[in-house]
Write a protein that binds this ligand. Structure first.
Ligand SMILES: N[C@@H](CCC(=O)N[C@@H](CS)C(=O)NCC(=O)O)C(=O)O
Length: 208
């Protein structure tokens, strides 16, 4: 398997963490894509992912899988424990729901703030910017952090009583939030404690 990525970027980090959690890190070859240089907008990469985004997983039979949630789903089904996406119908639905809310409300919102309300990846890449939208999405990210703090009142991890893909998406969201200097609000003690807990996992080290 190959993973096309840019090391240190938040979405590729999700796949690195998932691979490490599932002890599959050495089963893939990482292929560097020069995103700041625009390589992801060139025809050769667009043939792999027409959305022009990393990461992309390429299977040995040539199947191309983009979107982190889909890649994680493949990895989780391809290998056994630990299960990151849920063991039964109820758990799978709850984890999927929570992951998606965190993806949209934290990770994608921070990304929108970065791309629209800051210099982002520079003028060659940021060909359309809407500052108001970016600032609105920063507010969405902070509101999502408060909601996540509430989730942690009932359980030690965001979607279950154990680490799941929802925690992985959140880890990437907070790494991106650090990059744009968006802190966890002071009144979110449970969320800060969760972050310290997941940051201590060995998988966190492979994402940076
Ligand atoms: N929803 C996608 C998001 C992928 C994404 O936005 N990746 C960023 C890097 S973290 C990217 O390639 N950005 C390129 C660009 O903004 O032009 C996923 O889950 O994989």
């Amino acid at each position: 398997m190959k993973v096309y990525e840019f090391k240190g970027f938040p979405n590729p980090a999700r796949i690195r963490i998932a691979l490490a959690e599932k002890r599959l890190f050495d089963a893939v070859e990482f292929v560097h894509v020069d995103v700041p240089g625009g390589e992801h907008r060139q025809p050769a990469f667009l043939a792999k992912n027409p959305s022009g985004a990393v990461p992309v997983l390429e299977l040995d039979d040539g199947t191309l899988i983009s979107e982190c949630s889909a890649i994680t789903e493949y990895l989780d089904h391809a290998d056994g424990d630990p299960v990151l996406t849920g063991r039964d119908a109820r758990e799978r639905a709850v984890i999927h729901m929570t992951q998606r809310k965190i993806e949209a409300g934290l990770l994608d919102a921070v990304a929108a703030f970065f791309h629209h309300a800051t210099d982002g990846l520079g003028p060659a890449i940021e060909t359309y910017q809407n500052r108001d939208w970016g600032l609105r999405q920063r507010d969405v990210a902070v509101a999502t952090m408060r909601r996540m703090d509430g989730m942690l009142a009932a359980r030690p991890y965001l979607a279950a009583d154990r680490f799941t893909v929802a925690d992985i998406t959140a880890m990437a969201g907070f790494a991106f939030a650090d990059f744009v200097s968006l802190a966890i609000p002071d009144d979110c003690a449970r969320l800060s404690a969760w972050r310290a807990r997941v940051s201590a996992r060995p998988s966190a080290a492979v994402a940076a």
